[in-house]
Ligand binder design. Structure first.
Ligand code: CTP
Ligand code: MG
Length: 242
């Protein structure tokens, strides 16, 4: 793993992996469900390491799965001494991220990356980190939306249709100057992504082109897609010499 500490930077990746995976409905919490024989959390951590853009990784897991995570993630421990540190997450995703932030007082930059985006290309991680190093305080991967998006009221009646050209679907990793994310998380406002909290502070959030492979595995359909894509991405097995 590259070390950026030489130039005064400490890029710490926070990996929320403490959700229950209700929408996937598998036998285990989602981050521990396997894709192509490897747990999602391991695929996500391997991708972060392969990016060469992070100095340390903190993985937030359910309290009852700390031992499981230690076994799944080579070189991990519950102390900050190792490159991959396991900490206990919380009831909501924001609680899990907050626990990760607290475990990295040395961070100058954070990359917050969902374990559920297990197929995220390392190149995308490196691109977000590069924008941080260029001085942008908040960076998120974004893709144009393909569906028309409508707002609805409590009864499901349509109240509006925002112009699709101005909408983006937002992925992870989301990158932040560390103090900005610490300030954003000092409040206790609910949010579905980290940049949403940073936006409330009025900070500019820059987008970079996302990647279809960084999709979030949420439902059984997504898991099937991930299995198929991983099988295609894996190098073909070497056959016997003829
Ligand atoms: N997450 C977390 N702590 C929580 C909730 C979610 O660390 N209390 C993590 C999940 O493990 C996942 C990421 O945040 O990697 C994105 O959340 P989501 O896709 O919603 O996963 P789950 O909450 O596990 O799924 P569901 O909402 O279907 O229960
Ligand atoms: Mg959830």
């Amino acid at each position: 793993m590259d070390n950026h500490l030489d130039n005064g930077l400490a890029v710490v990746a926070l990996v929320p992996a403490a959700g229950r995976g209700v929408r996937l409905g598998a036998h285990a919490p989602k981050a521990f469900v396997e894709v192509g024989g490897t747990a999602m959390v391991r695929l996500a951590v391997d991708g972060l390491i392969a990016s060469g853009a992070v100095d340390r990784i903190i993985v937030m897991v359910p309290a009852d799965l700390v031992e499981t995570a230690l076994a799944l993630l080579p070189g991990s421990s519950v102390t900050p001494a190792d490159t991959v540190q396991i900490v206990v997450g919380g009831a909501e995703r924001t609680d899990s991220v907050r626990a990760g932030i607290a475990a990295a007082p040395e961070a100058t930059h954070f990359l917050v990356h969902d374990a559920a985006r297990a197929l995220t290309p390392p190149r995308l991680v490196a691109e977000v980190a590069a924008e941080l190093r260029a001085g942008h305080p908040a960076v998120v991967p974004a893709l144009p939306v393909v569906d028309t998006i409508k707002s609805v009221d409590a009864h499901g009646v349509v109240t509006g249709t925002p112009a699709r050209s101005g909408l983006r679907a937002i992925q992870t990793p989301q990158g932040f100057a560390a103090d900005l994310l610490r300030t954003a998380y000092a409040t206790d406002v609910p949010a579905t992504d980290d940049a949403g909290l940073v936006e409330l502070l009025g900070a500019p959030v820059r987008t970079v082109p996302g990647d279809p492979l960084a999709f979030k595995i949420t439902t059984a359909l997504d898991l099937t897609l991930a299995e198929t894509m991983l099988a295609r991405l894996a190098p073909a097995p070497i056959g016997p010499l003829s």
